[in-house]
Write a new protein. Structure first.
Ligand SMILES: [Fe+2]
Length: 203
């Protein structure tokens, strides 16, 4: 990505606009998952080195920025439109802006590109995986397993706010089975558990 529109710049914007710890952590968790899909897609496209890095960085940035305006502008009229307007003024690349718009069902922006699909697919799932980690006695993402996540998806009382149908649709949009999507995101979050604050408590 052109300098000025890096993952670091996205992180700085997230921290400027969002003071709440949990919304910051949500952005970071989603970004870890989207970035992993960016890496996979870059490989599929035959990109390597700096080109692959720049490609994945757009995915990471979209994850960090997708709810950037939610704390200040949570209404359906404003989120994510206020954030996207600001990002557009700063000159952020359109693929990132479109993905942020498309993650909101009501924006009218279709999910067509791989980045648009990946962001939507990772949004609810990253939150759900975090919830799965926090109910473990160790509070560690390392103790979460795909089978356990699927079981929890069927438990309607658990993490009620997370829309199961969005997780299923996300996997469909990516063209992979739900188990694989859960496994991909879980692995991405486990690899960066320290950053996410999900290493857990030591026994
Ligand atoms: Fe989100």
């Amino acid at each position: 990505m052109a300098s000025g529109f890096s993952r670091d710049a996205a992180m700085a914007l997230l921290e400027e606009w969002t003071k709440g710890e949990s919304l910051r952590k949500h952005g970071l968790a989603v970004s870890v998952c989207t970035e992993s899909y960016g890496r996979r897609e870059a490989e599929k496209l035959g990109l390597a080195g700096a080109e692959a890095d720049a490609f994945a960085e757009q995915y990471a940035s979209a994850g960090l920025l997708h709810d950037m305006d939610y704390e200040r502008h949570p209404s359906l009229e404003e989120h994510p439109f206020v954030g996207v307007k600001h990002l557009r003024e700063l000159g952020w690349p359109e693929p990132v802006l479109n993905a942020i718009l498309a993650h909101a069902d009501y924006s009218g922006v279709a999910r067509e590109s791989h980045l648009e699909r990946a962001l939507f697919a990772c949004d609810e799932l990253a939150g759900f995986l975090t919830a799965c980690a926090l109910v473990k006695p160790t509070k560690s993402i390392m103790d979460v397993e795909v089978a356990g996540v699927k079981k929890k998806m069927k438990d309607k009382a658990f993490a009620r706010a997370v829309k199961r149908e969005d997780m299923t649709l996300g996997a469909e949009l990516l063209g992979i089975p739900l188990e694989e999507h859960v496994g991909n995101c879980l692995k991405a979050m486990q690899e960066r558990a320290g950053e996410l604050g999900l290493v857990g408590i030591s026994s």
